[in-house]
Ligand binder design. Structure first.
Ligand SMILES: NC(=O)c1ccc[n+]([C@@H]2O[C@H](COP(=O)([O-])OP(=O)(O)OC[C@H]3O[C@@H](n4cnc5c(N)ncnc54)[C@H](OP(=O)(O)O)[C@@H]3O)[C@@H](O)[C@H]2O)c1
Length: 216
């Protein structure tokens, strides 16, 4: 059975946890502290809970679903020992809250969050994926019509293969998965958040859509 540590208790962490538990994975979801109130929302799921360090220590596969502005601090609190040799799927985006407005993506084209995580943890295999869509699409791609696309960026072929298997378990077909290349390509999908927010607004604040890359 796959062991998965999910860092993050927000809608993304909870949605991924529910789907993975449904698929039979052995999941622990982590928060800032093991008795964090945020973990109460997971009470009805068939998953374990704990601190971020507990979740990271549990999983062979780790998913970073924390607030992107704090992801590096979260990983620092976990420590590199729990991350060594593991695949870390980074679904986070760095969004600056805006008083009275919508959050503003703050990613820099030459310094993506995924790249900075990879630089900080060279013995961990970081794969950026799933950050370009709403979480209900992540775990159930068939809710969006057509051959829409999920991107992958990462330096390690084995880790990307592992993430592709995870995606396949959610229902993604191979032709929907687009490997962009190394982790240096992760800035692209992170920058797409600016457009994602605009499209979501244009659709009446409905985030149930996804990008499609179609070819001739
Ligand atoms: N919403 C979507 O559909 C969607 C889609 C694609 C990507 N994303 C990205 O996925 C990630 C998760 O999104 P979300 O909406 O589920 O949750 P979120 O509200 O962005 O993040 C929640 C998690 O971040 C932790 N956190 C918040 N502030 C922190 C701080 N100061 N220090 C340490 N940890 C802190 C929380 O810890 P506690 O549990 O202890 O409170 C919680 O576990 C984000 O990076 C988001 O941009 C979201």
């Amino acid at each position: 059975m796959t062991t998965v540590g999910i860092l993050g208790t927000g809608i993304v962490g909870r949605t991924l946890a529910a789907r993975l538990a449904e698929l039979g994975a052995d999941v622990v979801v982590g928060a800032r502290t093991a008795d964090s109130q945020s973990l109460e929302q997971l009470a009805e799921l068939n998953v374990g809970t704990g601190s971020f360090a507990d979740a990271a220590g549990h999983g062979d596969l780790i998913i970073n679903a924390t607030n992107g502005l704090h992801s590096l601090a979260v990983l620092e609190s976990v420590g590199s020992d729990a991350l060594v040799g593991k695949t870390l799927v980074d679904v986070a985006n760095e969004l600056q809250p805006v008083e009275g407005g919508l959050p503003k993506p703050v990613v820099a084209a030459d310094a993506s969050l995924a790249q900075r995580i990879q630089d900080a943890y060279p013995d961990t295999f970081v794969v950026k994926s799933l950050n370009t869509m709403g979480c209900h699409v992540m775990v159930n791609p068939s809710i969006v019509a057509g051959d829409h696309t999920v991107f992958l960026s990462g330096d390690d072929a084995g880790a990307k293969q592992r993430v592709q298997e995870l995606l396949a378990s959610f229902g993604w077909r191979p032709e929907q998965m687009l490997d962009l290349g190394g982790i240096d390509t992760a800035a692209g999908p992170e920058l797409m958040m600016t457009a994602w927010i605009r499209v979501m607004i244009a659709r009446g604040f409905d985030g149930t859509f996804n990008w499609a890359v179609n070819s001739a």
